[in-house]
Design a protein around this ligand. Structure first.
Ligand SMILES: [Zn+2]
Ligand SMILES: [Zn+2]
Length: 191
């Protein structure tokens, strides 16, 4: 499994456990998280509608501050956003929400939880991470239907090939170019 993802997953799980212990409550700690700010609520709802998640299955968008280096993560029962990450452009926020909702659509978080129950799956896990991050980036960028959003999002992606499966900034810019040719632009960027 990729080192960065592994560390991040462990840190998030540890923080979730600490939170549960602090509140001396065995119920799901995520249910007690504060809702994320209004813009993330709007973008999260928009993303879930765009990607065809039925309204009754929409996940709440919550704040979670203990994800070093990560802006958001899709859990089985919530999308959590790290609002400590500052100076993030609108396009990065919007495409990130779309990326997370692609994970929701394909039940990626649950898939990895189920996978953890099995033995000797590290290689499979690495490969599945690559496939699922790659799919979330590609489907998320096209779902944005805005060349400006996707252009901004390219700054949140690595310059070179990434083992975790994320698109490179160059690959994201190619999608932005394609959307530009089709004059795709969102309401925010057309004003
Ligand atoms: Zn992802
Ligand atoms: Zn836009």
């Amino acid at each position: 499994m990729n080192f960065k993802i592994k560390i991040l997953s462990i840190l998030v799980l540890l923080s979730l456990n600490c939170f549960a212990m602090e509140t001396e409550d065995n119920s799901d700690p995520v249910s007690k998280f504060e809702p994320a700010s209004q813009l993330y609520q709007i973008l999260g709802t928009e993303a879930q509608m765009t990607l065809g998640i039925p309204k009754e299955k929409h996940l709440p968008i919550k704040q979670f501050h203990y994800m070093p280096g990560a802006l958001a993560m899709a859990l089985p029962n919530a999308i959590i956003v790290n609002e400590n990450v500052q100076n993030i452009s609108y396009g990065i926020k919007r495409c990130t929400m779309l990326h997370e909702v692609v994970h929701v659509k394909h039940h990626d978080a649950q898939f990895f939880l189920d996978l953890k129950e099995k033995d000797n799956v590290i290689e499979l896990e690495e490969e599945e991470h690559r496939i699922r991050e790659n799919r979330a980036d590609i489907q998320g960028c096209y779902a944005a239907q805005c060349f400006m959003c996707v252009h901004e999002f390219s700054k949140a992606r690595p310059e070179n090939y990434d083992q975790q499966g994320y698109l490179t900034s160059g690959q994201v810019l190619k999608i932005a170019e394609e959307l530009k040719q089709q004059n795709k632009i969102c309401a925010y960027h057309s004003n």
